[in-house]
Design a protein around this ligand. Structure first.
Ligand code: HEC
Ligand code: HEC
Ligand code: HEC
Ligand code: HEC
Ligand code: HEC
Length: 323
């Protein structure tokens, strides 16, 4: 063979190679075995930053949980606070505790890992990626949250909510859409709840107006929570208080009006006074001095014994003197 023929043969072989490269879809990136959520944190820094700021990330190190579980000597408490991947269980089945990396609490693997080791996404057409995303309708379904959040009935309360509050599910209100770098839309992973003053404000509307007989009528309506207010943990309490300003210009002390709460099991003298989705609580106050200026406020406590100064003031309204 002369040099020209060798060159021609080489070129045509290269052509075939080029053609094969053009026709073949790009190979799926090599699958990375996922054993720790710290791997996800490195490749998904945006989601990671949101998650780190969430109570899910704190579930195992939260001092309040540590105290009440006796530093997890009560092993029952580990199941939902440092769980194995939820999708390794059937929907409705109880989740069980994991043994590794408990400090990461409710982590990436908890919500995303499928039994075959790939990760669940709600996208019907997932991108090719080293973590091997696979479509799983269970990920964005309320049943995922229900594995841990229905012990006090939050998901059952949601199921009974009026349609405008119920929406598509928990993510409507707890995971707002956010743009991701690749140009696609994602969902914020902060999962704000009772610790977030903005969430508390949008949950309920407080109204007060004077009525006949020098009384002030007070109403609290659940306009923005797709379940009871407050919900879930029995330790949450929301209190309405009021005070009046006498003709000498001084305010009285705050007086108790009503508490919204699901009592602990041993508080058998109390009944559940949570405010269901869409419902309104109504009451009246009668100032000692007829026609006095009245203020009404709503305080939210993460535990029922939290002093007023540490509680979150959610709303305050006033009724002008003389009604
Ligand atoms: C080696 C890097 C790497 C690791 C480790 C990794 N991912 Fe990914 N992941 C990617 C890339 C790249 C994409 C595709 C681009 C995108 O959607 O951000 C992706 C896509 C995804 C998607 C699909 C998004 C969609 O559009 O449907 C999900 C869900 C996901 N990853 C979750 C995880 C979770 C959970 C973990 C840990 C268990 C993890 N990933 C670990 C790189 C990684
Ligand atoms: C079935 C799942 C599950 C089990 C088991 C469980 N928890 Fe929780 N825990 C949750 C969920 C879900 C929340 C969040 C609810 C909320 O924010 O109202 C939570 C929240 C808490 C909080 C509130 C944290 C804070 O900072 O406000 C405390 C305290 C707590 N749990 C203690 C415990 C203790 C103690 C045990 C064991 C006796 C336990 N949990 C067992 C699911 C569980
Ligand atoms: C409490 C459960 C939960 C935890 C914990 C969680 N995710 Fe998600 N994640 C979801 C749900 C639900 C969706 C689907 C939202 C949708 O598409 O409607 C999702 C979507 C995603 C997506 C695609 C959409 C987006 O926002 O970009 C990525 C990527 C992702 N998660 C990565 C992670 C990583 C990384 C971690 C750990 C830092 C993590 N997730 C922790 C529940 C969770
Ligand atoms: C594997 C169990 C588990 C799953 C699944 C789970 N969570 Fe949680 N979630 C928890 C625990 C435990 C806490 C409390 C952590 C703490 O405060 O120590 C919590 C806290 C929360 C909070 C309270 C934040 C606050 O301000 O106190 C919200 C809201 C929340 N989760 C929403 C969701 C939603 C929505 C889903 C479904 C997409 C979901 N979670 C799935 C276990 C879980
Ligand atoms: C219409 C909006 C909306 C929907 C839908 C919704 N929530 Fe909420 N959620 C809120 C608001 C607002 C708050 C804050 C007020 C409160 O604690 O009730 C909240 C609070 C919470 C808390 C915090 C309780 C605490 O102790 O801090 C949890 C947990 C929670 N929701 C879980 C869920 C789950 C699970 C679903 C789905 C079954 C869901 N939510 C559906 C609006 C919603």
């Amino acid at each position: 063979m002369n040099a020209a023929r060798v060159l021609a043969l080489l070129l045509s072989a290269a052509g075939v190679v080029v053609l094969v490269l053009v026709l073949k879809p790009p190979p799926e990136p090599e699958f990375v075995e996922l054993q720790s959520s710290s791997q996800c944190l490195e490749c998904h820094p945006n989601v990671a930053a949101e998650w780190r700021d969430s109570w899910h990330a704190r579930a195992y190190v939260d001092p309040e949980v540590r105290r009440l579980s006796n530093d997890f000597a009560n092993e029952e408490c580990i199941a939902c606070h440092a769980p194995r991947p939820v999708l390794h269980f059937q929907a409705g089945e109880r989740v069980l505790a994991r043994f590794a990396e408990r400090d990461l609490g409710v982590d990436c693997l908890t919500c995303h890992q499928l039994p075959d080791g790939s990760v669940a996404t709600s996208s019907p057409d997932p991108p090719a990626a080293p973590c091997r995303p696979r479509h799983s309708p269970r990920l964005a379904d309320v049943s995922l949250c229900a594995s841990c959040h229905d012990q006090h009935g939050t998901v059952r309360q949601w199921a009974a909510a009026p349609p405008e509050l119920k929406g598509e599910g928990c993510l409507d209100c707890h995971a707002e859409p956010v743009p991701r770098p690749a140009g696609r839309m994602g969902r914020a992973h902060h999962f704000p709840g009772g610790h977030d003053p903005d969430m508390l404000r949008r949950a309920v509307e407080l109204r007060a107006e004077s009525e006949a007989g020098g009384r002030v009528r007070v109403e609290l309506e659940n306009v923005g929570a797709g379940h009871n207010f407050p919900t879930d943990e029995r330790s949450r309490a929301a209190d309405l208080q009021w005070r009046e300003r006498g003709s000498d210009g001084t305010w009285s002390a705050w007086r108790h009006l009503h508490r919204f709460r699901d009592p602990y099991r041993d508080e058998t003298d109390l009944t559940n006074t949570q405010l269901p989705a869409g419902e309104t609580w109504r009451g009246t106050v009668t100032p000692e001095e007829a026609g006095a200026e009245v203020e009404v406020r709503l305080l939210y406590r993460t535990n029922p014994f939290q002093p007023d100064e540490e509680a979150t003031e959610v709303h305050r309204v006033s009724v002008a003197p003389g009604g």
